[in-house]
Design a protein around this ligand. Structure first.
Ligand code: ADP
Length: 161
């Protein structure tokens, strides 16, 4: 069975990687898809994020990386994916994720949203938090893969010049 894991991944964190690693043991193929959602103002371009995720997941042979524009269910159908993966951290995630899952169900009844609970150590972790810390020069190497920490620090280093 093919699953897609859609998100912003701006940038990918150890929390995302944990979800990808665990789901890769459950499905034949997991496609991590970067949303080209224009309503957000991202730190990295979609192409940069794709490269970052590819590098982060290169040790996982059943993980693919792509991007999509438009409805997630349209992309899922195109790739014959029956599962849409999302991660849950806190109660506030649940409310918006459930609304999204119900909405997607009305759009395509044969695609199921599957929620994976965060691992305890990553329950607090988000891409926004990583950016917030980096913006003020704090350490992020315990929150993201090493090469991502370098990329993020470069961005804020440049912004301060
Ligand atoms: P989006 O803008 O679509 O929410 P994100 O990149 O923020 O994109 O998140 C993608 C998915 O990964 C979401 O389902 C989110 O709940 C999940 N996620 C993000 N961080 C974590 C984490 N630390 N642990 C588990 N799931 C997470």
């Amino acid at each position: 069975m093919i699953a897609i894991y859609p998100g912003s991944f701006d940038p990918i964190t150890l929390g995302h990687l944990d979800i990808i690693t665990r789901s890769s043991k459950l499905y034949e193929l997991v496609i991590v898809v970067v949303s080209r959602n224009p309503s957000k103002d991202p730190l990295f371009t979609v192409e940069q994020r794709i490269q970052q995720i590819k590098q982060t997941t290169q040790h996982l042979p059943t993980v693919e990386v792509d991007s999509f524009d438009g409805l997630t269910v349209t992309y899922a159908k195109k790739r014959q994916a029956k599962v849409l993966l999302r991660g849950l951290r806190v109660l506030s995630d649940f409310e918006k994720e459930l609304q999204m899952a119900h909405t997607n169900k009305t759009l395509s009844n044969d695609i199921e949203t599957v929620f994976l609970a965060t691992s305890t150590e990553y329950g607090f972790l988000s891409s926004s938090l990583v950016k917030e810390i980096a913006k003020f020069g704090g350490p992020i190497s315990h929150l993201v893969p090493q090469h991502i920490a370098v990329d993020v620090e470069k961005c804020y280093g440049k912004a301060l010049l």
